[in-house]
Design a binder for this molecule. Structure first.
Ligand SMILES: Cc1ncc(COP(=O)(O)O)c(C=O)c1O
Length: 496
């Protein structure tokens, strides 16, 4: 069969999916893997032709990928600069491994050897990445970065940094005896061995209804989008939730406005925190929000809401954390989506499209003692080198502009489909983060499957949303192809 080209490629699906070879790869993997998200049996064969949004599976099928490993492949597949600059045999080198599957040739028992690019060029390090991120985050004043491995770890560390910052402020402001008395009133156990350490201190955060921040225990404590993600796990108790996008919500209701000494000296800490479920103002360390809620249903943050939220945080000396794990890297048409709202975050948490987790902020917000935050792999040299090349391609190929222009075209095209099909409503999006709703969860599941069987990869979000996250370098022809496949699939779903 002729090798396809991006200029003329189309989807190609023979028979029902997964095909026989894909099934073998899935079976070999699932024999020892824990159950996880696995959306549908899509198997990317890294040894097959793939370019832009097109990729192949071990049975010779070709897919149009409009979810790009949940935004982890902003340049689509095998961008030549990533392959040559970083010397990797394929890209994305980080895939959504708990959502889809990987193959290396037709047979799991004999993985096909991969060829490395002929000349590997400008391999850059984490130091280059820091500088690049500071340059692209102009206006935020960031001068310090901390790299980790995932979005959840980025959130987790953003929260730790904010907590530590708040703790230092408390220690400067209040005597140790007052801080210890607070713990006594709250019946908080002291660590039995580290008697000098103030562990389990009640430092508060405010997160949003419908938020998704990841699945490690700290990030999970801030997550509020789906029961299955939280049920059966212990959570950090010092989190209060506010309704996302409720412009009239009075955030101050979540706080006791007296200073810490007044609350503790009145012996009221337990009543305020446990009974009234409020946070003493001095103990508020951070406020965290996604500028556009992703897993929660592609809910675009209102400018008025996000500005009030950031003002509220700053009025109480808390740090405002923008979770840009899904929205970052130009996907919304701006480098960080929060820039659409004119809100300067104190901390940005990033991952996915960056191919490495990152926390960005100012030096004065980070703990200064060595060891207060760390991680063995902290991203790793290949991940950080790929990140630098990715950022350079986004700039050089003006992909933020492309995301904005093609995003508008996509919304118009989807709106036109919605006008022909009553089942499709609420077309929305920012840049190349696009979504629409179907009547319910069953229709949504049927739609995602019908698209898959036609060779179009997309994902659900929220309770009945369908989202599209194509590569930032999507072309108009590819967009038209995606919309045609989507409408065909919608007809299947409507026919039942
Ligand atoms: C907004 C947001 N934050 C955090 C995460 C967690 O990222 P990871 O899956 O890399 O831990 C996600 C993942 O979907 C996300 O969308």
């Amino acid at each position: 069969m002729d090798r396809p080209h991006r200029e003329s490629a189309s989807v190609r699906v023979a028979g029902s999916l997964p095909g026989p070879r894909a099934q073998r790869w899935i079976a070999a993997f699932e024999a020892g893997s824990a159950p996880s998200t696995y959306v549908y049996p899509f198997v990317w064969d890294v040894s097959e032709w793939a370019e832009g949004p097109f990729c192949g599976d071990p049975d010779g099928n070709i897919f149009l990928d409009c979810c790009t490993h949940v935004a982890s492949a902003p340049l689509g597949y095998n961008h030549p600069r990533i392959l040559t600059e970083c010397g990797v045999p394929f890209d994305p080198i980080k895939t959504a491994d708990h959502d889809f599957y990987l193959a290396v040739g037709p047979d799991p028992a004999r993985p096909r050897p991969l060829r490395l690019p002929a000349e590997a060029g400008r391999f850059r390090t984490a130091g280059h990445l820091q500088q690049k991120l500071f340059d692209l985050s102009r206006g935020f004043g960031f001068d310090t970065a901390f790299f980790v491995n995932s979005g959840a770890e980025a959130v987790e560390n953003a929260v730790k940094i904010a907590m530590h910052h708040c703790w230092q402020r408390l220690c400067q402001r209040w005597p140790a005896a007052l801080l210890e008395e607070l713990c006594r009133q709250l019946h908080l156990p002291w660590h039995p061995y580290l008697t000098e350490a103030r562990t389990n201190y009640p430092l508060f955060g405010i997160a949003m209804s419908g938020a998704f921040h990841g699945r490690t225990l700290g990030a999970l404590s801030l997550t509020n989008s789906r029961t299955v993600q939280r049920e059966g796990y212990a959570a950090i108790p010092w989190v209060r939730f506010a309704p996302y996008n409720d412009v009239a919500f009075d955030f101050d209701k979540l706080l006791d406005q007296r200073d810490l000494a007044a609350i503790v000296e009145a012996g009221e800490a337990a009543r305020v925190i446990y009974e009234q479920q409020k946070a003493p103002r001095d103990l508020l360390a951070y406020v965290i929000a996604e500028p556009l809620q992703g897993e929660g249903g592609y809910i675009i943050g209102e400018t008025a809401f996000l500005r009030r939220l950031a003002d509220f945080a700053h009025r109480h000396e808390a740090l405002y954390i923008s979770d840009e794990v899904q929205t970052g890297l130009g996907r919304s048409g701006r480098f960080w989506a929060i820039e659409h709202h004119g809100v300067a975050a104190d901390i940005v948490a990033a991952a996915k499209g960056l191919r490495v987790g990152a926390v960005l902020s100012k030096r004065q917000h980070f703990p200064s003692q060595p060891g207060a935050i760390s991680s063995t792999w902290a991203g790793g040299p290949i991940a950080t080198a790929v990140a630098v090349s990715t950022l350079e391609v986004i700039e050089d190929e003006q992909l933020m502009g492309n995301a904005e222009i093609l995003g508008q075209e996509a919304r118009s095209a989807l709106q036109a489909v919605a006008e022909r099909h009553a089942a499709m409503t609420n077309v929305r999006g920012l840049g190349l983060m696009l979504a629409f709703d179907l009547p319910g969860a069953a229709e949504r599941a049927a739609m995602v499957q019908a698209c898959f069987q036609r060779g179009l990869l997309l994902l659900g979000c929220g309770s009945r949303g369908v989202r599209l996250l194509p590569p930032l370098n999507l072309r108009p022809r590819e967009l038209r192809l995606a919309v045609t496949l989507l409408e065909d699939a919608l007809r299947d779903v409507e026919r039942g």
